[in-house]
Design a protein around this ligand. Structure first.
Ligand code: G1P
Length: 300
C-alpha cells in the first residue's frame, strides 16, 4: 500500500460570507487566536505524516504563498532583537524547501474542479484532501486517525459527522453500511440532498483520503448541485470500482466559513490554550452577563 504523502488544500474560494474583511484578506488567513485558519489545517496534515503541501489558490490569494515562505526581513529583525522564542515558533511552522506547491484554479467551477487542478502535482499516488473552512479540535487529529484506518482498509476514506437531519442540504451526505475498524462502509453519497432524499444524517466533514483514479473521473465530471463540478459526484462514480469508508470523527469541528463557526473556533481554541485559558474564561463569563444586542443593528 502506498503511503499518503501529499495533501491538497483548496483555497480558491471567494469568502463572500466574510465581506468586507475578505476584500483584502483571503478567508483562510483570518485569525483564530493568533494564527490563520489555514495554519490549523496544515498542522493537522503534518501531524498525520503529510510531507508535501499542495495549495489550489486563486486570484488575490498571493498572501497565502507569502505566509508559507520565510520572511527574511522579519527573521533578521527578530535575530537582532534576540527574540529566540518567536524565531523558534516561526521555524517550527516553516515548510522545508520544496515541500509546498501552489497552483491556481482559474475559474470558480466547484470543489471537484479545484481538486482536479492538483492532478499533476499529486501524480499517481493516494493523497489527502483537507477543506480549510473546517478546523478540528482533538487530542489526536482527524486526518491522523483517518490514516490509521486507511492503513487497515486501503481504498478511500472520508471523515463524517452527524448533522441535524433537517440540515442535509448544506452538505454531502453518505449512506452508512457495516462497521469496519473505527469506521464503516459507505454505501452511497449525494451532494446537498433534501432531508427526505438523504440516505442518513452522516455528512462529509471536509477530510478525505483519495486514490488518484479520482482525477480521470473529475476530468469529465459534469456540473451537479449548485451548478458546480462536485467532488461528491466524482467519488460516487469511483465507488463503483473502489471501496469508500467513513471515519466517524468525534472531536470538535468548526465551520470557519460561517461567522458563528469562526467565533466558536476562536473561543474554543482560546480555551484550549493553557497560556490564555483562564483570562478568556473569565472575560467571556462577564461579557455574557453584560452585553445586550445593539438596538440599531437589530433594526437593520
Ligand atoms: C463541501 C462538500 C460537501 C461537504 C462540505 C463540508 O461543500 O462539497 O460534500 O459536506 O464541503 O464543509 P461546500 O461547503 O463547499 O458547499
Amino acid at each position: 500500500m502506498k503511503k499518503v504523502r501529499k495533501a491538497v488544500f483548496p483555497v480558491a474560494g471567494l469568502g463572500t460570507r466574510f465581506l468586507p474583511a475578505t476584500k483584502a484578506i483571503p478567508k483562510e488567513m483570518l485569525t483564530v487566536v493568533d494564527r490563520p485558519v489555514i495554519q490549523y489545517v496544515v498542522d493537522e496534515a503534518r501531524e498525520a505524516g503529510i510531507e508535501h503541501l499542495i495549495f489550489v489558490t486563486g486570484r488575490n490569494k498571493g498572501v497565502i504563498e507569502d505566509y508559507f515562505d520565510i520572511q527574511v526581513e522579519l527573521v533578521g529583525t527578530l535575530q537582532e532583537r534576540n527574540k529566540q522564542k518567536e524565531l523558534d515558533l516561526l521555524d517550527s511552522l516553516q515548510p522545508r524547501p520544496g515541500t509546498a506547491s501552489f497552483t491556481r484554479q482559474q475559474a470558480p467551477l466547484g470543489l471537484g474542479h479545484a481538486v482536479w487542478c492538483a492532478r499533476d502535482l499529486v501524480g499517481g499516488e493516494p493523497f489527502a484532501l483537507l477543506l480549510p473552512d473546517m478546523i478540528m479540535q482533538a487530542e489526536r487529529g482527524c486526518l491522523a486517525r483517518m490514516v490509521e484506518l486507511y492503513e487497515q482498509t486501503g481504498g478511500n476514506v472520508i471523515s463524517v459527522e452527524q448533522c441535524d437531519p433537517q440540515s442535509t442540504e448544506k452538505y454531502g451526505i453518505v449512506g452508512r453500511g457495516e462497521d469496519v475498524g473505527t469506521g464503516f462502509h459507505i454505501t452511497g453519497m449525494v451532494e446537498k440532498p433534501k432531508p427526505a432524499e438523504a440516505p442518513s444524517n452522516f455528512y462529509i466533514s471536509g477530510r478525505y483520503i483519495l486514490q488518484p483514479e479520482i482525477f480521470s473521473i473529475l476530468e469529465t465530471q459534469e456540473k451537479g448541485a449548485g451548478n458546480e463540478i462536485q467532488l461528491t459526484d466524482g467519488m460516487l462514480k469511483l465507488a463503483a470500482s473502489q471501496e469508500f469508508y467513513g471515519y466517524h470523527f468525534t472531536g470538535r469541528t468548526f465551520d470557519c466559513g460561517s461567522k458563528e463557526g469562526f467565533i466558536q473556533a476562536n473561543v474554543a481554541f482560546a480555551l484550549w490554550r493553557p497560556d490564555i485559558r483562564n483570562r478568556v474564561f473569565d472575560d467571556i463569563g462577564e461579557l455574557l452577563q453584560t452585553v445586550e444586542p445593539a438596538e440599531q443593528l437589530a433594526a437593520q
